[in-house]
Design a protein around this ligand. Structure first.
Ligand code: ZN
Length: 303
């Protein structure tokens, strides 16, 4: 663990996000441009990010107690394989097929491809992140405000500590809602090409930065990205705090719709669900939304 009272530590706090957001994107763009397989580059870069996050959580923890395993590794591993391995592979072709007619109709009205394939990749990535978040913001907000959807989304909020790996704890039904709302506008706009691989890397990086147990500083970037402290508040046990900060990668739609929440100089309160008896194994959590009873906190209330 690094000493926190050194100039090196303070510099690292500011450098970690730019390095682990821009670095993987730049590396992937160079390798894909050099002709390497898009799939191998994408998953190779994400695997390298896992190693970096693991090392930094150990070297610069935001909270030391969050580095202690809470019996969650098995649950989160199964969830990662299902919700982030199997499900996207099954769902994406279905959603593309469902929306193909609407996308073709829109392109016809536009007079050709809507997606600006001739723009630089970084500009396409910004448009894609804005398009993805436009739908995902509402998918996530509804998951908090509609009681039926909250039953499924509560699984993600059941984590009792935050570290990069439990970004992938998600009920399959919740993941389906999130994937559809996230892909809706990108598919309708006809997003295509290498920018999709870069988007996957950018989203993985932001997802890990949302949940990571690393002592990161962001400053004004808290008005662009919905990560680190903003997402820690989203995991608060207090409903009036957690029903905020819904963006997937960006905080811009929360600013637009009045749900950005980042109190100054206030320590993060306990995270997780109000119900202390919420189950913690994968299968119990898979079944939890279908069971009667007060399994989770009240929804639909913001102050
Ligand atoms: Zn949530």
């Amino acid at each position: 663990m690094l000493r926190t009272d050194t100039p090196l530590y303070r510099r690292l706090q500011w450098l970690i996000f730019p390095a682990l957001f821009i670095g993987p994107l730049w590396g992937a763009a160079v390798l894909i441009g050099a002709g390497y397989s898009v799939a191998i580059v994408t998953y190779g870069v994400i695997a390298a990010m896992w190693i970096a996050f693991l090392a930094l959580e150990w070297l610069m923890p935001f909270r030391r107690d969050w580095n202690t395993p809470a019996g969650d590794l098995r649950n989160d591993t199964i969830s990662a394989l299902i919700a982030y391995g199997l499900l996207p592979a099954l769902l994406k072709p279905v959603f593309y097929a469902m929306l193909a007619g609407a996308a073709a109709w829109l392109a016809l009205q536009w007079g050709g491809n809507i997606w600006p394939t001739h723009w630089p990749l970084w500009a396409q990535l910004i448009i894609l992140m804005l398009a993805g978040d436009a739908g995902r913001y509402w998918g996530h907000r509804l998951a908090h405000e509609v009681p039926l959807l909250w039953r499924f989304h509560a699984v993600h909020h059941s984590a009792t500590r935050l570290w990069f790996f439990n970004a992938m704890r998600q009920h399959p039904v919740d993941k389906t809602v999130f994937t559809f709302t996230e892909l809706l506008f990108p598919i309708l706009l006809g997003a295509q090409g290498d920018v999709l691989a870069l988007y996957l890397i950018a989203t993985a990086s932001c997802g890990y930065f949302q949940h990571c147990n690393i002592d990161v500083k962001l400053g004004p970037l808290y008005y662009i990205f919905n990560i680190v402290d903003l997402h820690r508040w989203h995991h608060s046990r207090e409903i009036w705090q957690s029903n905020n900060n819904y963006g997937n990668n960006l905080i811009v739609y929360d600013i637009l719709f009045g749900t950005r929440y980042l109190p100054k100089d206030e320590p993060i309160t306990d995270i997780g669900l109000i119900n202390p008896d919420y189950p913690q194994t994968y299968w119990q959590q898979f079944m939890a939304p279908f069971r009667k009873g007060n399994l989770d906190k009240e929804v639909g209330r913001r102050v």
